[in-house]
Design a protein around this ligand. Sequence first.
Ligand code: NAP
Length: 538
Amino acid sequence: MLSTIALRGASIVGGESLAGAGDTFYGFDPATGGRLDPEYHCASLDDLNRAAALAEEAFTTYGKLPGREKARSLRAIAAGIEAIVPELVERAHRETALPEARLKGESARTINQLRLFAQVVEEGSWVNARIDPAQPARTPLPRSDIRSMMRPLGPVAVFGASNFPLAFSVAGGDTAAAFAAGNPVLVKAHHAHPGTSEMVGQAIARAVKECGLPSGVFALLFGPGSQIGTALVDHPNVKAVGFTGSLAGGKALMERAAARPEPIPCFMEMSSVNPVFVLPEALRTRGAQIAGGLFGSFTLGVGQFCTKPGLVFLPRNADADALVAELKTQVEKAAVSPMLTEGIAKSYSSGVAARQAHGAVETLARAGVSDGAGSSCAVPVVMQIEGRDLLRDPKLAGEVFGPSTLVIRYENRDELMALARSLEGQLTATLHGTEADLAAFAGLVTVLERKAGRLIVNGFPTGVEVCHAMVHGGPYPATSDSRATSVGTYSIYRFVRPVCYQDFPQPALPDELKDENPLGIWRLVDGNWTREAVPAHS
Ligand code: NAP
């Protein structure tokens, strides 16, 4: 299919594509190594400054927009993306080598998450309105009238992720949450999918115009992280950062944000190895089935998921030997496929090689490589280590982004508990077990609750549902702030802060906090959740 969308190879500021003057680059097809037109122009620091000034100006109106109007704009963005799904999928497939079926699913997720946020802001109770009416007669001191609610932070910088060119990129979860909360968004496009980024950026700019919003509500900036990325994080108008990518990149940007004259909150999703624990009864009764599920999960999308299971804990017994044998058979037959970029493929092979070079690590199986495999291709590998060796060198448990996993064989329960306690922060931790297993290993669950944002029973960590209860977060280094999630509607709270209004006259209060509750939202009035108006003279 030939796309009918004109790509200009340009950043978008103030609703317009910029005429390019700066450095240039191209998108690449990782499957063929071929260059993809058009040529992309990097934004200049002047462009960025203008985008940030427009964003600040836009915030004065967008930050106060009623929920129903924000909902309208989120739905307009969703409809704009929905209208170009075939072109988007085609371009994203060429830029990332991800299968078209996966990209169609990712488009649907991107569109649906915008619509889900639209519902949340339209309903309105998410602002967490709290009202403690005045008590003038209280003794020994009267109480003032105290009301609070969540307000947006101001312009948010979003770094598009390489591994989700739609759902974690220009109109992805960070952007949807920031917009829903009432913040303008400045996106630093990922260089690995510039055409996809521009198509989505154009759809957002069109929706912004159609809804009559100030053009500064959105900007898309192309350029290297070392220039555009750092300048965005440094810019005084930027009030928060959303990022998905490497630990090194996320950490460098966090440090930068903390060193600003006015440090700002950063929500970085970085590095997780998503341990899987197979407990004895489950191992005995479903070992082969679990091996199949594990293989599917750690090779899904060429292992390029932040939730890829990278560590598998198995006892040293015959049931576990059978599971390992099944895993080996599947890995030997696995396909060798291109990764998102040549750089990511190189860092995968060097990560695997470093692990294999360790004397305590045994390579159990690797996929066979055919002659045609290009330099962006990744070979699925499964390795093994004894629990005691991992305890001696816990760095071996670090993330290797790509289709590999490490099996850890433990001798007994004490060793398993020590291994679990030695883990760093994770997005997920998975247990395969019967009810009896889970009762017998309740202590393991208690340890894992402190390690991970999401605990899964008898499933696999890849596949993150976008819903109200989802937590896609976890202690460092999984993320920079374990109190937050980057998936699901709860992620809106990353980009707001509570503001308290003391002794305000009724007309000066936001609608959410007025006595009569004109929006009909749920509020905590004097400690009780209610949708009723605040009683007179209460
Ligand atoms: P990345 O290198 O961290 O880059 C992500 C974004 O941040 C890019 O836009 C990049 O700009 C920018 N950036 C990176 N370091 C920066 C710095 N020091 N200062 C300013 N901006 C910076 O991630 P990636 O390109 O997606 O993949 C590289 C590696 O990250 C992978 O091999 C994998 O190990 C890891 N990764 C992990 C996850 C996960 O979910 N855990 C997801 C994706 C990637 P540029 O345009 O200059 O690159």
